[in-house]
Design a protein around this ligand. Sequence first.
Ligand SMILES: C[S@@+](CC[C@H](N)C(=O)[O-])C[C@H]1O[C@@H](n2cnc3c(N)ncnc32)[C@H](O)[C@@H]1O
Length: 285
Amino acid sequence: MRQIEAQIKQGDCLEVLKNYPDDFFDLIVTSPPYADSRSNTYGGIKPSKYVEWFLPRSEQFLRTLKPTGTFILNIKERVAGGERSTYVIELILEMRKQGWLWTEEFVWHKKNCHPGKWPNRFRDAWERCLQFNKTKKFKMNQESVMVPMGDWAKTRLKKLGKNDVVRFDSQVKSGFGKNISNWVGRTMAYPSNVLHMATETGNKNHSATFPEALPEWFIKLFTDEGDWVLDPFVGSGTTCEAAQKLNRNSVGIDIRAEYVSLAQSKVKEYDYMLFEERVKYEQNQ
Ligand SMILES: C[S@@+](CC[C@H](N)C(=O)[O-])C[C@H]1O[C@@H](n2cnc3c(N)ncnc32)[C@H](O)[C@@H]1O
């Protein structure tokens, strides 16, 4: 029987993480405060100061992440004075200098994004989920997030065209995946790097919660049962709750006491349950 831990800590993640050893976490998945947004709720950081603020924290993330681990950073630059801020782009460049590999960018398409009208742009319906790694050999359980082939099987794969053959011929060394004909007759496919998930609405206790499906997807993809997941800006505790449900250990950190209590209340129910008990609990939900 295995016990899964969820440690919720209060403090600045910069300081709290100093108590954790090198190469400890398998996955870091988080949504930090965005520059200047929500300053009324938990303190905004100016876009011009954001990189300087973030880098000492990402240094701790780099130190505590295993060489096979992954860091997923959910972030989106805002519009200021009619232009998109560039601090996320600057952050990526600085993190690369810090030693991170920028390995992928997932797009979270917020499929329930509410309508609106602006004079010079349309509603913003997506956010970045930047993927960083320490090495190119990171753990990735691709089979755990496969999706039904759906209509593609009836349309695109039904009759292969000349271009499909040409494409295969030119990429013949790329292996199974690039040969479109290999997918004919299959029911499941690998997903794309665009994640269509509704935003979480109506959480009265925290204004910027993840949908649980978001950390859940990355936890399945980048960790195994019993691994350690960190959310250094845990807010209402969504990441730790998702980790527990998937039998992963987790650490969640938040600077605000009220969010720490909220996160603790989410994971408490599971905390003292043994693995088999939790399976039964989940089945009865
Ligand atoms: C965007 S919210 C995270 C929401 C979270 N993903 C959820 O599902 O509830 C960012 C959180 O970071 C916390 N925070 C801000 N600065 C912090 C710091 N230096 N260390 C730890 N937490 C911090 C805020 O209190 C806030 O709850």
